[in-house]
Design a protein around this ligand. Structure first.
Ligand SMILES: Cc1ncc(COP(=O)(O)O)c(C=O)c1O
Length: 302
């Protein structure tokens, strides 16, 4: 289902899947502000308040012109993970789900990376961007942090959607594995008992503001974005062209590793670095990371 061709291996997308354009304020044609912000960080084509809705118009256009008019479902992440930590233009997620519901589609939010407190301010990513509960997704998918490394996944959905499975034969060899259930419950207890969401919210803000300072210092640090402990940076040729700069992104990735910092790579071109640290980080870890990032960015600018 992914829109990233390099993750589809030898396979084409299933023919009954359509991909929407990326509602990315940094590269997208309307620019836009990120949730909670007012600055239009991309193209000044429109008022940033309107960008989310303008991008979302594509959902209806896709239904009208590229499907039989009755597609089954709309599937979106709350903030792209492997896609390069792209944060939707403000209002996009809510408007997309609203349009999908109007067209009788099932709405699904992928919380595999954004769920379980990683957003800091909200336990689930979608809740940070949807004001009207009527526009909440019908289902969320979960994995990764759900077991904190233990292999498990899950889905939560509305009663109506769940009821549709009654009387149908569904089967999953490992479904409801009792050990996985204990692990999952323990993970949720620890997130709550140790106030990890609050920790992520507080330190995430520190991280982003520290990285924004670096953005103004270094020409090749084109963009800093994200929420909580889901932060992305984009390495570009220059702030003006915003052209992907994979060579320097890889160099930076390696330099960080040599200094003891492991980050992920993302985006179609691999020029986005994904900073998604463990939720138990403390202030010292943040300070150390920012110092090391500063040092390594300096090296790729020499
Ligand atoms: C956002 C997102 N959704 C889904 C998946 C796939 O999850 P799983 O391996 O549990 O199928 C991944 C990565 O593996 C992911 O990053």
């Amino acid at each position: 289902m992914t829109s990233l061709a390099n993750w589809r291996g030898h396979h084409l997308s299933a023919t009954n899947i359509r991909h929407l354009k990326n509602a990315d304020p940094y590269h997208g044609i309307y620019g836009g502000a990120r949730p909670g912000e007012v600055e239009n960080i991309g193209s000044p084509l429109c008022d940033p308040k309107d960008a989310g809705k303008l991008y979302a118009k594509e959902v209806q256009e896709c239904i009208n012109y590229d499907t039989n008019g009755q597609p089954a479902a709309l599937f979106l992440e709350g903030l792209q993970g492997v896609g390069g930590l792209v944060q939707w233009a403000d209002g996009y997620l809510e408007e997309c789900f609203k349009i999908a519901k109007k067209n009788n589609m099932i709405t699904i939010c992928d919380e595999v990376q954004t769920g379980f407190g990683r957003f800091g301010s909200h336990y689930w990513g979608f809740k940070s961007q949807i004001e009207d509960e009527a526009n909440y997704p019908d289902a969320i998918t979960m994995a990764k942090s759900m077991g904190n490394g233990f292999p498990m996944s899950g889905i939560a959905c509305t009663e109506e959607l769940g009821d549709a499975f009654f009387g149908k034969l569904t089967f999953n060899t490992y479904g409801a594995n009792p050990l996985a259930c204990v692990v999952g419950e323990t993970v949720m207890d620890i997130i709550e008992d140790e106030n990890l969401s609050e920790n992520v919210d507080k330190l995430g803000k520190m991280l982003i503001s520290g990285m924004n300072v670096l953005k103004h210092k270094y020409e090749k640090l084109g963009d800093v974005r994200g929420r909580g402990f889901m932060i992305g940076i984009e390495i570009v040729e220059s702030k003006e062209t915003k052209m992907e700069n994979l060579a320097d992104a890889i160099k930076l990735w390696d330099l960080l590793r040599e200094e003891g910092v492991l980050v992920g790579k993302g985006g179609f071109y691999g020029n986005c670095l994904r900073i998604q640290p463990p939720m138990c980080w403390n202030k010292e870890d943040v300070k150390f990371f920012l110092e090391v990032l500063d040092l390594c960015l300096e090296k790729i600018h020499k």
